[in-house]
Design a protein around this ligand. Structure first.
Ligand code: NI
Length: 255
């Protein structure tokens, strides 16, 4: 069964047809989904989804673009959410220097703080890192992230960087981008990485694979991602789905 290790079904994009879509996805071979928090409110909603649906797990954390209004008291909320047995990770957390209004020191502060929280509550982390390769790596080395574990979500750097994270014991999240023609770097990473360290993820509603690029994403579209990985590694899509499901369970320490 397909394990979508990273999705945002708490997003308003699913407000109208969430239930119907979940049924459709189930009938299309989706077995497990982790809904990922991006701020305090969506972390709460992710936990709610995981309480409502057997096949959902959740992650609680604050995305680097959402950290600017955080206070230390918000860490208490995340710590409480982490007590829920269906909350399987702290995330998504990290650094995103893509936008001009980025305040790097503030992002770094809350990235470090949430890594410490993950260590404290003994959960793996879901890392978001965009246009911030060096600073992300420096912080993860400083805090000994190899003792925390988790996934580099929507992995977007080259093989050299992938190798370092693999050596730290991290998994690489592979989604719709790998189906894009111009994704040469990522295709190379998918060919070279050990199969037991790849997990499937949509980042739904974003990053739909070909042939749905630009449309609202959904977990059953991961079959196109599995097909691309299979062709890059000379395997069958079914093998990719089976192995990445196992990897996802190991990574989130579930089942
Ligand atoms: Ni995400």
């Amino acid at each position: 069964m397909i394990f979508d290790t990273h999705a945002h079904y708490d997003d308003p994009a699913y407000e109208k047809d969430r239930k119907e879509l979940f049924q459709l996805m189930r009938s299309e071979g989706v077995g497990l989904i982790t809904d990922i928090g991006a701020d305090i409110e969506s972390s709460r909603k992710a936990a709610e989804l995981s309480n409502t649906y057997d096949f959902f797990y959740a992650a609680a954390g604050v995305h680097p673009s959402e950290v600017y209004s955080l206070e230390e008291a918000d860490m208490d909320i995340l710590r409480e959410l982490a007590k829920n047995p269906k909350v399987a990770a702290i995330g998504e957390i990290g650094l995103d220097y893509h936008y001009e209004d980025t305040v790097r020191d503030v992002q770094k502060k809350w990235f470090i703080r949430q890594l410490a929280l993950a260590k404290e509550v003994k959960l793996p982390v879901v890392i978001h890192s965009r246009d911030a390769a060096q600073d992300t790596l420096e912080i993860m080395k400083d805090v000994h992230a190899e003792d925390i574990g988790g996934v580099i979500h929507c992995f977007s750097y080259g093989w050299e960087m992938a190798k370092i994270y693999l050596d730290m014991g991290f998994y690489l999240g592979i989604g719709g981008v790998v189906t894009f023609k111009n994704a040469k770097k990522l295709k190379e990473v998918v060919q070279k990485a050990p199969m037991e360290r790849l997990v499937l993820e949509t980042d739904a509603p974003y990053l739909a694979p070909e042939p749905y690029r630009g449309k609202r994403n959904a977990s059953h579209y991961l079959k196109y991602v599995a097909e691309e990985i299979a062709s890059l590694r000379s395997m069958t899509p079914d093998e990719v789905i089976r192995i990445t499901e196992e990897n996802g369970k190991q990574m989130y320490r579930i089942g």
